[in-house]
Design a protein around this ligand. Structure first.
Ligand code: ADP
Ligand code: MG
Length: 255
């Protein structure tokens, strides 16, 4: 069945922390198969939006409709299982685990063995475990980390840690992937590799929301960009349109 309508529709979201409106009546529509940029000065509400979309925060008001269903009030793991995966602004890997093990952690909840199968190492679990290893290696290969499969995550260069996080999010087999400042702290060559990976992910039909500070990355990657400032959406359009928008220039210069 062909799905119609936008993949994600964020409707009049208010996210209030005490007296602070971190998101103030924000609407956002993300079309299937696109890369949708979310930009704005520090503190404008970008990460808060990610947290609302993934059930970490329950919005004060408004609705989030994903693939025609409201996700407001669902737990983070329910939302993840429904196909929304994310990376975090700060690296959140298990440093003492290998790259491969970090992916396997992401895959575990997709097993349908009972706890007893797992505890007794019954064949069903053992099969799933080896299938998972094959899948995890495939994901590492997909992002260019096959050679690092058995390295401890903490020993990987920073750029590779960020890419490993993306691979772990992909282990969920998401329909929508949220990337929170994946290029932050990366060198220019690492950013080039990251852009190639993001394009490859999109070619697999995965829709992406990309929070990003580097305008060149946004211009290269995004079909549409929404701009937040003090919790409000102040502009939206193609990267070139948004970059020349007076309100956007003002927000960045004033910030
Ligand atoms: P951005 O990601 O755009 O830099 P954030 O979404 O992290 O901005 O933050 C937006 C605003 O909301 C900031 O003023 C921040 O301090 C505030 N904020 C975010 N999360 C919380 C929270 N859990 N409690 C209180 N204030 C928060
Ligand atoms: Mg942030």
């Amino acid at each position: 069945r062909v799905q119609s309508g936008p993949l994600l529709s964020v409707q009049s979201i208010l996210m209030q922390f005490g007296g602070l409106k971190a998101l103030n009546n924000v609407d956002l529509t993300v079309e299937r198969g696109t890369i949708h940029g979310l930009i704005g000065p520090n503190g404008s509400g970008k990460s808060t939006m990610m947290n609302v979309l993934t059930g970490i925060y329950v919005p004060t008001a408004g609705d989030v409709v994903y693939a025609s269903n409201s996700v407001v009030g669902k737990t983070s793991s329910e939302i993840a299982l429904s196909g929304i995966a994310r990376t975090f602004q700060n690296v959140q890997l298990f440093g003492e685990m290998t790259a491969l093990e970090n992916i396997l952690v992401g895959l575990h909840h997709t097993f349908d063995s009972s706890l007893l199968d797992v505890a007794l190492h019954l064949p069903k679990y053992t099969n799933e475990e080896s299938d998972a290893r094959v899948r995890a290696l495939g994901l590492l290969d997909f992002v260019g980390l096959a050679a690092e499969a058995n390295e401890e995550a903490r020993n990987l260069p920073y750029g590779k840690q960020r890419v490993l996080e993306i691979a772990r999010a992909l282990a969920l087999d998401p329909t929508l992937l949220l990337l929170d400042e994946p290029a932050a702290g990366l060198t220019a060559p690492d950013i080039k590799d990251l852009l190639a990976i993001i394009q490859k992910i999109r070619e697999h039909g995965i829709t992406i929301i990309l929070i990003e500070h580097h305008m060149d990355v946004v211009s290269a990657a995004c079909d549409t960009v929404s701009v937040l400032d003090f919790g409000q959406k102040i502009a939206e359009g193609k990267p070139a349109e948004v970059q020349s928008n007076e309100k956007v220039i003002e927000a960045y210069l004033g910030g």
